[in-house]
Ligand binder design. Sequence first.
Ligand SMILES: [Fe+2]
Ligand SMILES: [Fe+2]
Length: 302
Amino acid sequence: MDGLTVRRAGEGRPLHLKGTEVRLLAFGDGTEVIHHHLKAGTAWGLYPAEGWHALEAVYVLSGKLRIFGEEDGTLFEPGDCIHACPVTRQTVFVAEEDSSFLYVSSAPVFHEYTGQIQHLKRLAASIEEKDGYTAGHCERIHDLAMQIGQALHLGQTDAMYLNYASFLHDVGKLCVPLEILNKPGLLTDEEWRVMKQHTVYGRRMLEETGLPLLLGAAPLVHYHHERFDGTGYFGLKGEEIPFGARIIAVVDAFDAMTTDRPYQRARSKREALREITTLAGTWYDPDVVEVFHQLARILPEG
Ligand SMILES: [Fe+2]
Ligand SMILES: [Fe+2]
């Protein structure tokens, strides 16, 4: 079925949260379609949020939902649809009996449902100092990568993948022994082989969550050490390398060059930028480098 993504009934792991079973059925361009099943007595709500302008709609499939605290209670039954754009007041629904509904949001919310992403982010941040980076490496990579993504007009879905992959790119280093991770001298061939595996471990950690956003981000983590000419970790070249991974490669190299590491002193931003520019088209995607060049000029020197 060319061009169609099919998800069969029962496929994929649902998330279970306090009497609620949640499945992300479809997402794209920032819109998400989420199936909810609420056990009788469970509450679920729509909340206004600052800077949030999304359309949010609830379409009741089965059971009965009552608006909590309403005078004589407003009851919603299968076929009823409630929506707001944006949501301006808090509305809490309580399931009168086991109920299910589709929840559609024109901006991503699914990740809010899970602590798994926060957990991975904490792991990623914990590794940066063990790896000899200054604190804030993940954050800096994330911020720069997202600025490049914006300048290159990434679509909403790709931007979401980049959002997670850029922060989590090195999370797999948790599985690399510390003596290899911060060895001051050169790595032996065997140590180097283990080190390179951090990309594979990272991919696996993201995939193990089963979260669609992280499944989409996983290949970017896997291929963030590819080089444009095919001389990177796994030999992917040019457009074979996911675009987001090409962005991460540039900002990661820049941050590594401008940070004091166990085996090298930090270089100035200007110097690092010059080196990256000379490698445009060989190691790095020239389009990404061009945008980064414009962007890096406005970065504070330090
Ligand atoms: Fe890495
Ligand atoms: Fe990194």
